[in-house]
Write a protein that binds this ligand. Sequence first.
Ligand code: ATP
Ligand code: ZN
Length: 226
Amino acid sequence: PAQPRDRLRVAVQKSGRLGDPARELLASCGLTWRESRDRLFLYGESLPIDILLVRDDDIPGLIADGVCDLGVVGRNVLVEHHLERGAAGRPASLREWRQLGWGACRLDVAIPEGDEWTGPAQLAGLRIATSYPQTLGRWLRENGVEAHPVVLNGSVEIAPRLGQADVVCDLVSTGGTLRANGLVPVTTILESEAVIAGPDHHLEDGRQEIADLLLRRLDGAVQLRE
Ligand code: ATP
Ligand code: ZN
């Protein structure tokens, strides 16, 4: 069991697409902070809320292990984590506490430009490059297709050009990166946006009250933007 903590700890992407908007959102909730020397922690000053700066992929695990209470992360990362746990026979432990309405993107299958798209069945036997093997695997099963996922942690879109894969399953917002690599998105397997992730149970040691206060302010801040 995690050691008792009376301050809320929120995991936020250190750099990347969601880091700055997440910090802006927390600032708009009245949170002020000072940065630790190693730039890993932001110590909350106005509220008992600290921010841990990490890679987005680590956020679900940090919450599941009780190291952090909440996190700002893309639904795509949360769903992949959830399916990974399920595949390992472990129960779900996280849920979306809020949808934030930004950081929107899709997990799409994309095929070489000029190829005809007739539907999921044409992927049978193909090598599909992706960073989301569980989410892709679920979609393939739902469609009764057997293919070969090629798991890559970055630069998925160049895999077909390198001869590493036939098609890709990758995150897309405008499609510009795919197009630049001669690929076109043909079908969406997950719609994503930034969310507040938290455990599927109440927090302890008084942290639920702090979380409730933060969520009330957050709901106000999100409403103001609409
Ligand atoms: P980290 O170093 O933290 O692992 P990363 O390279 O995995 O960073 P980013 O590229 O910063 O992650 O993307 C973070 C999140 O932003 C994605 O998981 C996704 O939810 C969201 N996102 C929105 N638009 C896009 C896009 N066009 N491509 C990739 N991710 C996007
Ligand atoms: Zn990442």
